[in-house]
Design a protein around this ligand. Structure first.
Ligand code: FPP
Length: 247
């Protein structure tokens, strides 16, 4: 079924976050090495970014590499980093043509030098684009991010710039990597796993969660449209009752 025409453009999520999962299993099904799955996942990345830009979704965050992914076999980590560097540099021109701004969240300093520099260059080269922001979560984990935020706030208190009694949700937000971004209204995870896996734990507090059995390399624009339609059919109550939402 085609889902695009079922989307209400007036009620689009401003921010969609995706846990791209299932590359390894997809490769295994084809009798190939895991990296073959990651390589084929790049096409799905392109489709998701294009679909968001075409629809007018303002932010798309992709969980590309978690802090825990450093523990994978060394050859997979190296191959993934090379793929990231190659993809980022090959896609910068297309990002600019489509007015897409690139940003990244995570412990970026822990990335290999070439990856870090390619990333910073692409971020700099696309910084004036305003159509959609593509956020790559790289060497990211939510517990790392929250620990970092706590350290920054503690330093502000130590330097007498802030009192403990003045800490608010806004101050915590302002010390997260996502400080300037709206919270994701919709989080999608592929591959049939029903977990958040240390991804945007604070930011997903009120997000609608959508799980699909599709493996990431099989994920196409229509799958994203389907997730958006599903999201638009849900009632978001933010702790209130249905009756309160109507009145
Ligand atoms: C999860 O599948 C996927 C990843 C850890 C990496 C995702 C990376 C890409 C799609 C490459 C390109 C990305 C960008 C943004 C340019 P998995 O390996 O955990 O799969 P499995 O659960 O089946 O083993």
């Amino acid at each position: 079924m085609e889902f695009k025409e079922k989307i209400n453009l007036e009620k689009l999520p401003k921010h969609i976050a995706i846990i791209m999962d299932g590359n390894g299993r997809w490769a295994k099904q084809q009798g190939e090495q895991r990296i073959f799955g990651h390589e084929n996942g790049v096409k799905s990345v392109r489709e998701a970014v294009e679909a968001c830009a075409e629809l007018g979704v303002k932010y798309l965050t992709l969980y590309a590499f978690s802090t825990e992914n450093w523990n994978r076999p060394q050859e997979e980590v190296i191959a993934l980093m090379q793929l990231l560097v190659h993809t980022i540099s090959a896609e910068t021109k297309t990002l600019n043509e489509n007015k897409i701004r690139l940003q990244a969240i995570g412990d970026l300093k822990s990335l290999p030098d070439d990856c870090y520099h390619e990333l910073q260059e692409a971020i700099e080269n696309t910084k004036n684009n305003t159509r959609t922001t593509l956020v790559l979560a790289l060497s990211y984990s939510s517990r790392w991010e929250i620990t970092n935020a706590v350290k920054q706030i503690a330093e502000q208190i130590e330097n007498k710039k802030l009192a403990a009694s003045e800490i608010t949700e806004e101050i915590i937000n302002a010390n997260l990597c996502t400080a300037d971004m709206p919270e994701p209204e919709l989080m999608i995870r592929t591959s049939g796993e029903h977990r958040i896996s240390n991804f945007l734990l604070w930011q997903l507090a009120y997000s609608e969660l959508y799980f699909t059995d599709k493996l990431w390399p099989d994920f196409r624009k229509n799958d994203l449209y389907e997730a958006i339609v599903d999201y638009q059919n849900r009632e978001r109550r933010f702790g209130k009752t249905s009756e309160q939402l109507i009145s």
